[in-house]
Design a protein around this ligand. Structure first.
Ligand SMILES: Cc1cc2nc3c(=O)[nH]c(=O)nc-3n(C[C@H](O)[C@H](O)[C@H](O)COP(=O)(O)O)c2cc1C
Length: 154
């Protein structure tokens, strides 16, 4: 089973989680790679006119982990736009995570995960796991738990 970890990351936190997930999954003997969703002109948040440098293709993966920051109490627009342009996720096993820095999950985490879920399911994807990483002092514990959970999923 080939696993793709596809993330958007503006300041690097989400990518850092992706690296730790990759390390854990590789350690468990999985065939895994990270792809980063990058916008033409830089990754600072913008609301419209989004073009991707090289939007990662999902066809070659059996399982996917999508990761994104929370922006303005929602899924980052870059990730939303990227997910929306994927032609199909039929029968793919999917796990989702977001990173955020406000303490409570209701400050966008649950909403962002819900948005990702909805788009993926509308394209035929099957959601197996989700996680919210709050960027505080306890984050490494949360990331380790998430890595453990996701490595058991696929
Ligand atoms: C424009 C912008 C809006 C943000 N809005 C939220 C928010 O609504 N809720 C929250 O918890 N964090 C918010 N954050 C914090 C980021 O979600 C958090 O720092 C995240 O880990 C960044 O991930 P990245 O380094 O991969 O870009 C915001 C950050 C930026 C830059």
């Amino acid at each position: 089973m080939k696993i793709g970890i596809i993330v958007h990351s503006y300041t690097g936190n989400t990518y850092e989680v992706a690296k730790k997930l990759e390390e854990k999954l590789k350690g468990a003997g999985k065939d895994v790679e990270i792809q980063r969703v990058k916008m033409v002109g830089g990754d600072e948040p913008k609301g419209k006119d989004i073009e991707f440098e090289n939007p990662p293709e999902v066809d070659k993966y059996d399982a996917l982990i999508f990761g994104s920051p929370v922006h303005a109490f929602s899924l980052a627009v870059a990730m939303r736009t990227y997910l929306e342009q994927i032609p199909s996720l039929q029968d793919k096993k999917i796990a989702l995570f977001v990173t955020k820095n406000l303490r409570f999950e209701w400050t966008g985490g649950t909403r962002a995960i819900g948005q990702m879920k909805k788009i993926c399911q509308a394209k035929g994807g099957m959601i197996f796991g989700t996680g919210i990483v709050v960027w505080n002092k306890q984050r490494n514990k949360k990331i380790a738990e998430l890595a453990e959970e996701f490595s058991r999923l696929f």
